[in-house]
Design a protein around this ligand. Structure first.
Ligand SMILES: *Cc1c(COP(=O)(O)O)cnc(C)c1O
Length: 494
């Protein structure tokens, strides 16, 4: 199977080339030229398997230049019991129609682990398949979740190094500790004096600095990115929607072939796009429900066909959805309209004016599949409290946004179709917001808050978070943005 580009349908590359490149040179994103199709027999066969086998089967259909043996071995290592517990992506029943797909049982307690535990294998194999002999150096600028998930994925992976920059004072105390205590021979972490944009701008400048890239190449190092627009991050996410469907069939909640709704708390549009791709490949879906927080650029887009990033930016209790440019939406536009020239026009208007309006037919195609809604912080907090009081289920603020939007959808439409709601983070990752929502005592340090969430919910804090209390910090101090290059060179070249 070959991959084309959202801005130039003349592009045709292999899966490994798409993964290695990350983004097309014209700024477009890679998508399959045609999609695999899973029959109901395939889905029944998948239903008998465990998570790693399901993931390998789904990914194998997309990654033509990877063998089944390769993908089996990557999936069993990436989604091992040691990393994801006994069930990697459990489905928990919340009400007669709502089922929570818990995607936070990986090492960093957020759904990004599904992609970032797999990506190192895909990336190093892609390098080998394309005759790249240098070590891959992953650079990440992070405001929290992505940095830690990437560190956990790449730590001690042969043939890779990873360097993470986070804004000094710009992450939660727990997020900072998650990164500064990271183990591994091939990892570097530092705070950068500045905000997230300073760190991000610094990383972008390094990627495009030809002289510095040449210097690294001479030392046997090649820069690469673990960015969420990489196809290698998207394809592992398609698998868990099939897995959730299999589990619902296995438990008798849906009958084989019966459509479900899928509701996803959305930021960069990667996670919900993976669900749409699963549908193209044969997953029976009735509606997608795109849930946003106060940064509701996607709610407006799906309702009106106008995407406009010129609006206030809010810092919310669901920080991983605080995004005004949803990069992966470009892929949906291409999927629904099929014209790279049309997508290129929209993207050029987005970069020039910060907005675009899609054609009526494209708007209708999107509205035919997607419903949408948003919940602000107060609504999300109210949902955390209400759901916990009603069913004993404790949701994190991102998941709460999705539950709120789903409840509103159901009330508005009366649609009682069984619905999979993606839960993207553990409530233990945001203990302060969760305790506030429950009107509980919010005093004390981060670890007291964790213990209090545990006590109230009866859940056990994830070891990756609780264990931070006694983990020694390895990476202390900060650097000015101007020193990012020398920090990498000193750490990786010597
Ligand atoms: C990244 C993230 C999201 C948003 O996912 P997208 O794929 O960017 O839409 C939602 N919730 C959590 C907890 C995240 O870390």
């Amino acid at each position: 199977m070959k991959y084309t580009c959202t801005r130039d349908s003349g592009v045709s590359v292999s899966a490994s080339q798409a993964i290695l490149a990350g983004i097309s040179p014209d700024g477009g994103l890679f998508l399959p030229e045609s999609y695999p199709r899973f029959s109901s027999d395939d889905i029944s066969a998948m239903a008998k398997q465990g998570y790693p086998e399901r993931a390998a089967m789904v990914m194998g259909a997309f990654l033509g230049d990877f063998s089944a043996e390769e993908l089996d071995s990557y999936a069993s290592a990436a989604y091992s019991r040691a990393k994801f517990g006994t069930v990697a992506a459990p489905v928990v029943k919340l009400s007669d129609s709502a089922h929570i797909l818990e995607l936070f049982h990986g090492p960093t307690s957020a759904f990004k682990d599904f992609a970032l535990q797999m990506l190192p294998y895909l990336l190093t194999a892609s390098a080998r398949k394309n005759g790249v002999n240098e070590d891959i150096v992953i650079l990440v600028a992070t405001s929290g979740d992505t940095g830690k998930a990437a560190l956990e994925g790449f730590a001690d992976v042969e043939g890779t190094k990873i360097c993470v920059f986070y804004p000094n004072g710009g992450t939660s105390p727990i997020q900072k500790l998650q990164m500064t205590t990271q183990k591994g021979k091939n990892v570097l972490v530092t705070a950068v004096d500045g905000n997230f944009d300073d760190a991000q701008t610094g990383v972008k400048a390094i990627f495009t600095d030809a002289e510095y890239n040449a210097e690294l190449l001479k030392a046997g190092l090649r820069l690469s990115s673990a960015n969420s627009i990489n196809w290698g991050r998207l394809v592992p996410q398609v698998a868990y929607y099939f897995s959730a469907y299999c589990d619902l069939v296995n438990s008798g909640e849906v009958s084989a072939g019966q459509p479900v709704n899928i509701c996803v708390p959305t930021g960069n549009f990667g996670n919900i796009l993976a669900a749409r791709i699963a549908e193209i490949c044969g997953l029976p879906v009735n509606r997608f429900i795109c849930a946003s927080n106060s940064n509701n650029v996607l709610t407006d887009f799906i309702s009106t066909g106008v995407y406009d990033r010129n609006r206030p930016f809010y810092l919310t209790t669901s920080p991983s959805m605080d995004i005004l440019i949803s990069s992966n939406l470009e892929r949906l536009l291409y999927i629904e309209c099929g014209s790279s020239a049309e997508v290129k026009g929209y993207m050029s208007s987005l970069s020039k004016e910060g907005k675009y309006q899609v054609s009526d037919s494209l708007k209708q195609a999107i509205q035919a599949r997607f419903d949408c809604g948003f919940a602000d912080d107060a609504m999300a907090a109210d949902t955390i409290k209400r759901v916990f009081a009603g069913s004993g289920y404790l949701a994190d603020p991102h998941t709460a946004v999705a539950i709120n939007v789903y409840d509103a959808y159901r009330a508005r439409t009366g649609d009682a179709t069984p619905t999979v709601i993606a839960s993207t983070a553990s409530p233990f990752k945001f203990p302060l917001s969760v305790l506030k929502a429950l009107d509980a005592d919010c005093s004390g340090g981060e670890f007291e808050l964790l213990d209090r969430v545990a006590k109230i919910s009866g859940l056990t804090p994830p070891q990756g978070l609780a264990g931070l209390k006694d983990a020694g910090e390895r990476f202390i101090g900060s650097i000015p943005p101007a020193n990012m290059r020398s920090f990498i060179s000193k750490g990786f070249i010597g």
